[in-house]
Design a protein around this ligand. Structure first.
Ligand SMILES: [Zn+2]
Ligand SMILES: [Zn+2]
Length: 275
């Protein structure tokens, strides 16, 4: 019996003779179901279609693990490497032996987590491969569609997973939407790994905040302010979003503050040059 993988979001569902009726993640207003109806796939089918692990060093101490060609939403994972062990963030819904071998070569896996339920994907498989702990923000834990064999640990607010590697609950896109603050990132200036909790835009010079990217739903002012306030105590100069590109390379703290103020001006209709 296969693990069923939603073809649209790549979240996993437990082994069963046939897939569930709906993907609860895609039936939610933040995602979407194809007009032709719910589609399911399996790891064997994705392998046969030519999908392969795509491993690249992003910066020293940070390994990117994507899939080529990308699967579903197309996020690439980030492996934060520390002397105390490694944390895998936002894994794609497909992992192959090459991806597992790359993580083993980099020192294995102590914990796996994701910014929000759209990227919970293959966490149970990664947990099993390395006996790694699955960390779930308590506010979103009920969205886990493929519970790992090893019981997950839930957290709220913030959690320092290893020295200098801290999960920060920001809310917004989901109540438990989180970022990783990596103190050693960006050459010691600090980096955020943000998934789409803080959404880096194509010009790599600003960020935005969304309830739903595919359905173009904005967030209310209080949620935008909540995200900004959650990351304000941390020192960071760079933001890695959920994909290989775009990356906000520098000056990220000021860019987050500036982008949020502009977003709120538009929410309020308080834009002098609006005609
Ligand atoms: Zn789905
Ligand atoms: Zn999302």
């Amino acid at each position: 019996m296969p693990v069923w993988i939603c073809a649209t979001c790549a979240n996993h569902y437990p082994e069963a003779p046939s897939p569930p009726e709906v993907c609860v993640i895609c039936a939610d207003e933040r995602q979407w179901v194809p007009a032709s109806g719910q589609r399911w796939t399996t790891a064997a089918e994705l392998a046969a279609a030519g999908h392969r692990g795509d491993v690249r060093e992003v910066e020293p101490g940070l390994l990117g693990i994507g899939v080529d060609p990308p699967v579903a939403i197309g996020q690439r994972a980030l492996l934060v490497q520390t002397a105390e062990g490694n944390l895998l963030w936002d894994p794609p819904g497909y992992l192959d032996e090459a991806a597992v071998a790359a993580v083993a070569d980099a020192g294995g896996l102590r914990a796996v987590t994701a910014s929000h339920p759209h990227f919970y994907g293959s966490m149970a498989d990664w947990s099993r491969a390395f006996d790694a702990e699955v960390l779930l923000c308590a506010a979103d834990a009920a969205w886990m569609t493929h519970p790992p064999e090893r019981p997950p640990r839930t957290w709220s607010g913030s959690l320092e997973v290893m020295a200098g590697v801290t999960l920060v609950q920001c809310g917004g896109h989901f109540p438990g939407s989180a970022v990783v603050h990596w103190a050693e990132g960006a050459g010691g200036a600090g980096a955020l790994l943000s998934g789409d909790t803080i959404f880096v835009t194509p010009g790599e010079d600003r960020v935005t905040f969304v309830r739903s990217a595919p359905n173009r739903l904005p967030l209310p002012e209080r949620a935008v302010r909540g995200v900004v306030e959650a990351v304000r105590p941390y020192r960071f100069d760079r933001i890695y979003g959920g994909w290989w590109k775009p990356v906000l390379h520098r000056d990220a703290r000021a860019v987050v503050e500036r982008s949020a103020e502009r977003y709120i001006q538009w929410l309020r209709g308080d834009v002098p040059e609006d005609t």
